[in-house]
Ligand binder design. Structure first.
Ligand code: ATP
Ligand code: MG
Length: 446
């Protein structure tokens, strides 16, 4: 992409409404624009990152054996009356009437819808196990929408639902989700720690929230610092292997790590003194096993193969896809702007032409642009007729992890500068070697 032809409305002033850095940078970098309280228009750069996150979520869900589909955002109140949640959900549910006076609502979550599809089409244990999911916009009429996409009213969520014959099978689904979520966050360059959480209105004994540690997080958390040393890395996971998923789940959840709702001071006291941590975290996902809470009232039953009809065991699992943009920026930025991890960056590398209009600089920049594009990567080429300072400012703000700077003196000597946004370190290299480096960096990522 050439910046002269892109739509990147970078703001010069610091937006006053932003209280936290991710909100401020998303506005300044021209990623989002507030449409109304807690509702955002996704401008091209923000939309690009959002799509990248969605892709990672899809890839990891499909890898775990889960099946994507899509539910409507506007739902009839009838189903929600059947489950008993229509009245219980409270003011966060946006309710409306259609022209015939029928009660409708904008889906805040979708247990009922998925259970309804299941009961309409599945009647035998032979069709189990089954996990269906979607990535779809949700609406929750939050009292205090704030911090930009972190606590919006309209937000993008991946929500998945498992249907199993027995509790053991459903707990395998729970573990499978835990493992696949860990892989998902790691690919986004994030460490999200699974923490014992409160199951709230959904009910059930099994639930973990995934938290990214950040001072601006809304949850208070208590943990043994050794949990931050555990990494998924490049492990080869067989998601059908019950024992393996169970072992990974235990490895990641045996140490003390809890949100304030489930915090037990007496238990925390057993953590080695040097490892005790109290911090703040951003919830980027949550998994639940809740048994037959929805399948019973909604009649989601199957033939168990022994002549009986039994309600299925279920769980639900959510990832806050749009909130993740904020969480990643909170975890990865400096005072000049965003620093995208390679796995989610909107463009792989910036090409900065220091002197647009100079024949040698233009030719060298164009050549690098063409070669990186031919290698299957997406560079953002700043070909605007702007001062070098403005171009550096834009690149730093939008946070591409790598930058190739093309200047008149370097071009004369056959070199360009390759700079890491994270460390600020630069190297003078021939254009060919700089391109090779970029291709190498993204091998296995892009
Ligand atoms: P919270 O406690 O932050 O209100 P929640 O526990 O009600 O969230 P879930 O129902 O578990 O949310 O939804 C799954 C995920 O969706 C959450 O882990 C979070 O990342 C994201 N999410 C929930 N509410 C919002 C919101 N208002 N704006 C953006 N993302 C949200
Ligand atoms: Mg939650």
């Amino acid at each position: 992409m050439r910046l002269s032809r892109y739509f990147l409305p970078v703001l010069k002033e610091t937006p006053r409404e932003a209280q936290i850095i991710s909100h401020r940078y998303m506005l300044q970098a021209g990623m989002i624009k507030q449409a109304s309280a807690g509702i955002y228009s996704w401008l091209p750069l923000g939309f690009k990152v959002l799509r990248k996150l969605e892709n990672i979520v899809h890839e990891e869900q499909v890898r775990a054996g889960h099946i994507p589909m899509l539910m409507p955002t506007l739902q009839s109140a009838d189903l929600w009356r059947e489950s008993g949640r229509y009245d219980g959900y409270g003011e966060e549910m946006l309710r409306m009437k259609d022209r015939h006076g029928r009660d409708m609502l904008f889906s805040p979550t979708a247990e009922e819808m998925f259970t309804d599809v299941f009961r309409s089409h599945v009647s035998s244990y032979k069709d189990l196990p089954l996990t269906l999911y979607q990535i779809q916009w949700k609406f929750r009429d939050e009292v205090r929408p704030r911090f930009g996409v972190m606590r919006g009213r309209e937000f993008l969520m991946k929500d998945g639902y498992n249907f199993d014959l027995t509790k053991e099978d459903a707990l395998h689904a729970y573990n499978r989700h835990l493992v696949s979520y860990l892989r998902t966050y790691e690919r986004m360059g994030l460490q999200a720690i699974p923490m014992r959480a409160d199951s709230g209105p959904i009910g059930g004994d099994y639930t973990h929230e995934f938290l990214v540690l950040a001072d601006t997080g809304e949850s208070e958390v208590f943990y043994d610092s050794a949990v931050t040393d555990i990494k998924m890395g490049q492990r080869d996971i067989d998601f059908d292997d019950v024992a393996q998923c169970q072992a990974v789940m235990e490895e990641f959840t045996s140490l003390y790590a809890r949100t304030d709702e489930t915090h037990v001071p007496d238990e925390f006291a057993k953590v080695p003194e040097a490892n005790k941590r109290t911090a703040r975290g951003i919830e980027v996902g949550q998994i639940f096993y809740f048994g037959t809470t929805y399948s019973e009232p909604l009649g989601a039953v199957v033939d168990d193969g022994r002549g009986g009809q039994v309600p299925v065991h279920m769980g639900s699992h959510g990832i806050g896809v749009s909130r993740l943009l904020g969480a990643i920026i909170e975890a990865s930025h400096d005072d000049k702007g965003i620093i995208w991890p390679e796995g989610v960056t909107p463009f792989h590398v910036g090409i900065l032409n220091m002197r647009t209009g100079d024949d040698a600089c233009d030719a060298a920049s164009e050549d690098i642009y063409a070669k990186i594009t031919a290698a299957g990567l997406e560079p953002l080429y700043d070909d605007r007729d702007e001062r070098a300072g403005t171009k550096f400012g834009t690149m730093d703000m939008i946070g591409l992890p790598w930058r190739i700077t093309v200047g008149p003196r370097g071009v004369k000597n056959g070199v360009v500068e390759l700079t890491s946004r994270r460390t600020g370190e630069s190297e003078e290299l021939s254009p060919e070697v700089a391109i090779e480096r970029i291709v190498e960096i993204y091998k296995g990522i892009a």
